[in-house]
Design a protein around this ligand. Structure first.
Ligand SMILES: [Zn+2]
Length: 154
């Protein structure tokens, strides 16, 4: 006789503190002045964002800081229309990977400033390869959400 498995529902809450270290701390502090800073690898020449203290491809320390644009191109995007635990905002909303001008690593963030009622209109305004610009909060605290979202600009 086969034994049927039981499922027990539970909930885990795990508050934590995370030390960002000096490189990530500076990356976010620069947001207060609307600057997105990366670090350049001297070996492969890639500009990494968020700024990193070493290149994960070359395993060399990165000490050269460079400012990248707050404009870029949408590499990919998705419209989130369902709820899940820990969600950053109530759906619907769009997240995407933004290839900022001057950076060689995509930045995951929100794409916004677009009415989400009509999917055909969304697909016309938010598209892979489309240009976007950061919409900064007026009061910035040195946090990834100092950028409200990236707005399509073409
Ligand atoms: Zn490298």
């Amino acid at each position: 006789m086969a034994v049927k498995s039981r499922i027990v529902k539970g909930f885990i809450s795990l508050p934590y503190n995370w030390s960002m270290g000096p490189t990530t701390t500076r990356f976010y502090e620069e947001f207060k002045n609307k600057r997105i800073m990366g670090t350049r690898c001297e070996k492969c020449n890639r500009v990494l964002i968020p700024a990193r203290s070493f290149c994960s491809g070359c395993f060399v320390e990165t000490t050269n800081w460079v400012q990248v644009s707050d404009e870029g191109t949408i590499r990919t995007w998705v419209l989130i229309n369902f709820s899940y635990e820990g969600q950053p905002m109530a759906p619907p909303y769009i997240t995407g990977i933004i290839d900022l001008d001057g950076a060689d690593v995509g930045l995951p963030h929100f794409v916004g400033g677009v009415e989400l009622d009509d999917l055909e209109t969304v697909a016309k305004k938010v598209r892979i390869g489309g240009r976007v610009k950061a919409v900064w909060k007026e009061n910035r605290e040195g946090h990834i959400l100092d950028i409200d979202y990236f707005k399509p600009i073409n």
